[in-house]
Design a protein around this ligand. Structure first.
Ligand SMILES: [Zn+2]
Length: 469
């Protein structure tokens, strides 16, 4: 290296931000360990293949929680404990939807979570297809009463289009509809229906609701557009039982210097009752657990406590996130940051960051509104993000809302959501196809690396990370 080059490189090194130089070594070790890690993937494989899907109220969910607690102990985490939560216990039962006219064939359907069922003989009715809520309103009671409404809304984004799944049933019920079918909330389909939760408006009669595949939704919409009457028979045994007992599970690395200050990270251990809940969200729980296990294994001993949480009941109630918030009580002020991975384990690109989410995330129109982190706060995070340059996951952008950490964010804790390329997540999400084979091993390991580096730095930096305005 020539003298000028050497001087130049020294100058460049000196001008690199403090976060980069200070934590570069630890970050490099964490990334190196994550990229060759087998344990995180082995746990996820076990969860998927040996325990399976785990909807709230199911014995598999409690088995998964016990397994997660046991694995936390095996990884050497401290204070492993359960935090009880009462969760809704919805069961699907047998279900079917059959096209009767103009030809008889089964529809590819999945009842929506928390839906009521039909009477045992089912519902037979003509279908009114609409592309959006405005079309439904224009159709009015005269055209809708006594009918099954099909919402054939084309996927724009999950946040936007999910409104049809969440509030479509009550909106149609107010016009006298007897049931609804919802085009699955996905951009892509191989005749795969996607379930997911609905929310009933107490002001409307509760009517059964089911998702249908994109192909079936399009076929029905083409027929009705040509004026061909479409008749469907819908039979669903779905019902809500009394609330069940469940638990969040937590484990920690106690901080060496400020054990009372906490960086919390995790995912949700429950899933829908189809597929294996691999991307949603077994991957989030097992990646977070492994991130903390690696910090422990590398003897990094961060200044603050790092706590990993597997939240229960994200999918159809959010009871786990609320139970955790209640359990920490006034201790919420000691939470430095909350990090959640619940967007699948595709290649990570960085984190979304936010403050103070308002609830009603599934309201008919309003997407969650957040207080934004300041420009100065974001700049500091961008510097921390550079530590993930080795895996090209450096992005720090506003918008960190994730369901389980929302109760913490509402109380003022800075929230981070892992962001991925999300190329296929919504193809698999809430379907029978969300299985372990869809997990790319390298991408999963990069998710572990991203979670490990961010949580470590936030737990280690001398001054508590706070938003500076
Ligand atoms: Zn999820």
């Amino acid at each position: 290296m020539g003298r000028v080059t050497r001087l130049l490189s020294l100058f460049l090194a000196a001008s690199v931000c403090a976060a980069q130089t200070q934590y570069q070594d630890a970050a490099a070790r964490l990334i190196g360990a994550a990229l060759t890690d087998e344990d995180g993937l082995a746990r996820l494989e076990y969860l998927c293949d040996r325990i399976g899907n785990r909807v709230s109220g199911s014995p598999q969910l409690e088995k998964a929680i016990a397994f997660t607690a046991e694995e936390m102990r095996r990884a050497g985490l401290e204070n492993v404990r359960l935090i009880p939560a009462k969760v809704p216990h919805w069961v699907r039962g047998k279900e079917s939807a059959t096209l009767l006219t103009p030809l008889k064939r089964p529809l590819h359907m999945l009842g929506l979570g928390n839906s009521v069922g039909t009477a045992p003989e089912g519902i037979t009715a003509d279908v009114v297809a609409v592309s959006n809520f405005d079309e439904l309103a224009k159709s009015g009671r005269a055209k809708v009463a006594g009918k099954i409404v099909l919402y054939n809304a084309v996927f724009e984004s999950y946040g936007k289009t999910v409104a049809y799944r969440v509030s479509g049933a009550s909106t149609a019920a107010k016009l006298g509809a007897v049931a609804v079918l919802v085009r699955s909330i996905t951009p892509t389909s191989l005749r795969s229906p996607h379930t997911g939760v609905l929310a009933y408006d107490e002001a409307a009669p509760k009517i059964p609701a089911a998702a249908v595949s994109l192909e079936d939704a399009d076929s029905i919409a083409r027929l009705t557009a040509r004026g061909v009457p479409v008749k469907v028979h819908l039979a669903m045994e779905a019902r809500m039982l009394t609330d069940a007992d469940s638990n969040d599970v937590i484990g920690e690395i106690r901080g060496r210097d400020k054990p009372g200050e906490i960086v919390v990270l995790g995912g949700h251990i429950d899933s829908w009752d189809v597929g294996q809940g691999a991307h949603d969200d077994g991957a989030g729980v097992m990646a977070a657990l492994e991130a903390v296990a690696l910090i422990q294994k590398l003897n990094l001993h961060p200044r603050r406590t790092i706590r990993v949480v597997a939240w229960t009941n994200e999918e159809n109630g959010g009871a786990g996130g609320k139970a955790y918030r209640e359990w920490v009580g006034a201790g919420v002020k000691d939470h430095v940051a909350a990090i959640e991975m619940d967007g699948g384990a595709e290649k990570p690109v960085g984190f979304g960051v936010g403050l103070g989410v308002r609830t009603d995330r599934f309201g008919p129109q309003a997407p969650p509104a957040m207080a934004s982190i300041s420009d100065a706060g974001l700049r500091r995070l961008v510097e921390i993000g550079k530590l993930l340059d080795g895996i090209q996951a450096t992005s720090m952008e506003r918008g960190g809302e994730e369901a389980d950490i929302e109760p913490l964010m509402e109380a003022g804790v800075i929230g981070f959501g892992l962001r991925t390329e999300s190329e296929h997540y919504f193809d698999w999400h809430h379907t029978d196809a969300d299985t372990f084979d869809k997990i790319d091993r390298h991408d999963f390991r990069e998710c572990v690396a991203a979670l490990a580096v961010l949580s470590y730095v936030l737990a280690e930096m001398p001054e508590r990370f706070g938003d500076v305005r």
